[in-house]
Design a protein around this ligand. Structure first.
Ligand code: NAD
Ligand code: MG
Length: 398
């Protein structure tokens, strides 16, 4: 094995973070762990940091620092907390960094890692949705690389290897359809957070699982596709594929479709990014196509999933509308989880926030830098909270 690689994992305690650690743990001598970050699960964070011999472990919550310190006592791992510590950890030189914080909170640490010239394995799709041009420019300016970890975007990336991007006619992002794929439309209004937080095929964090049921996850992914691969919105499609085995397809000008097929296991996309530009054996299931029998597809109906329609509007508008869309979605999701609004109202909140803020002068054509993105994010959260306050229905207590 060649020299060890310095790696950091942001969002190490989450679903993607733990899958990343699973791969690193299988070959511990190949890696030197720099920083691990997490939230309230400081027990898990400290145990992993001590086991992997990390330089530093950071929790985003200041009030968790004493517990993190106590859990790391005698381990030789530094403990820190808060946003500034997160950025300081991200500025420490590393060869490969996993960006797996959930939400817009992942943007600043990922951007900082790119500014060190690191390779950024990007699970945090929100970074691309909120600030795609900023991320690509930072990678270019500092000689870094961004590798997609979202399974669909890893699939597109792999289908494009060795291809000429100008020969791409369309990109098709598949969608499982989430928890409510087969529910009658009239039942959706009363769907609960618990019902939305189950996924037919993938085992993921709570927020992305609910976003899969509402298709906000797919909406984010369509925008991510446009930003990542610089593909025109009208060339980006989605189709419901209940088996979740084909992750994406790329269509070329000669009519050929290149599909990426694999089991629904994020260690594939994570491992691909970890070993890129090489391929190494990964501990994922090998598909038995004869046993699977058939792969099925259905249209992604924008009446059932209006989030997809909003994604199209955002892709066309560009500018800061991605940041507004994402922030409003995060607040609507918080309100749904807290049972303050119903499942279908999440889309109403996001649509109304977009309407309100797109009328604000300059927002859609402002220069995109971290400040303007964070300002748009802040304004959108405020507007969304106001709209949620007006909606205010409590669907479950009566
Ligand atoms: P998760 O909820 O399981 O984990 C999130 C991680 O982020 C945790 O370590 C948590 O402590 C940390 N975190 C949460 N809020 C934070 C904040 N404000 N500041 C700093 N850290 C914070 O989420 P996940 O499912 O692992 O998803 C992580 C990211 O990867 C998301 O952007 C998601 O869309 C994307 N993604 C996930 C999957 C998947 O299979 N889980 C697949 C594709 C993409
Ligand atoms: Mg995905």
């Amino acid at each position: 094995m060649s020299a060890t690689r310095r790696v950091s994992i942001f969002g190490a305690t989450g679903s993607i973070g733990q899958n990343t650690i699973d791969l690193i743990r299988r070959d511990p001598h190949a890696y030197e762990v720099v920083a691990l970050t997490g939230g309230r699960n400081v027990g898990r964070l400290a145990a992993d940091a001590a086991e992997l011999g990390a330089e530093i472990a950071v929790t985003c919550h200041d009030e968790e620092l004493p517990a993190l310190r106590a859990a790391l006592a005698g381990s030789g791992v530094e403990a820190a907390s808060g946003d500034a510590a997160m950025i300081e950890a991200a500025s420490r030189p590393a060869d490969w960094v996993m960006s797996a914080i959930v939400g817009a909170a992942g943007l600043a640490p990922g951007l900082k890692a790119l500014e060190t010239g690191a390779t950024l394995a990007l699970a945090n799709k929100e970074s691309m949705v909120c600030a795609g041009p900023l991320m690509l420019a930072a990678a270019k300016r500092h000689g870094g690389t961004i590798l997609p970890v979202d399974s669909e975007h890893s699939a597109v990336f792999q289908a494009l290897l060795g291809e000429d991007i100008s020969a791409v006619e369309r990109v098709i992002i598949t969608a499982s359809g989430g928890a409510f794929r087969d529910w009658p439309l009239e039942k959706l209004a009363t769907a609960t957070p618990e019902e939305a937080a189950t996924h037919p095929n993938w085992d993921m964090g709570q927020r992305i699982t609910i976003d899969s049921a509402s298709m906000f996850n797919k909406a984010l992914e369509l925008i991510e596709t446009k930003e990542f691969f610089r593909i025109a919105p009208d060339r980006i499609e989605t189709v419901v594929h209940p088996e979740s085995l084909i992750h994406a397809l790329v269509g070329f000008t000669d009519g050929a479709l290149m599909a990426h097929v694999g089991p629904p296991d994020m260690r594939h996309a994570i491992g691909f990014a970890l070993h890129h530009p090489h391929r190494k054996p990964l501990p994922v299931q090998r598909l038995d196509l004869a046993a699977i029998g058939q792969l099925t597809f259905r249209p992604a109906d924008e009446t059932r999933w209006p989030a997809l329609r909003l994604a199209r509007e955002v892709m066309v508008a560009g500018g800061l509308s991605g940041a507004i869309f994402n922030a409003a979605k995060e607040r609507a999701l918080d309100a749904f989880i807290a049972r303050r609004i119903g499942f279908l109202q999440m889309t109403d909140v996001v649509a109304e926030t977009l309407d309100r803020l797109s009328a604000e002068v300059g927002l859609n054509d402002a220069v995109i830098d971290l400040d303007t993105v964070m300002q748009a994010d802040h304004l959108a959260r405020k507007a969304a909270d106001e709209i949620i306050g007006h909606q205010g229905a409590d669907l479950w207590t009566s």
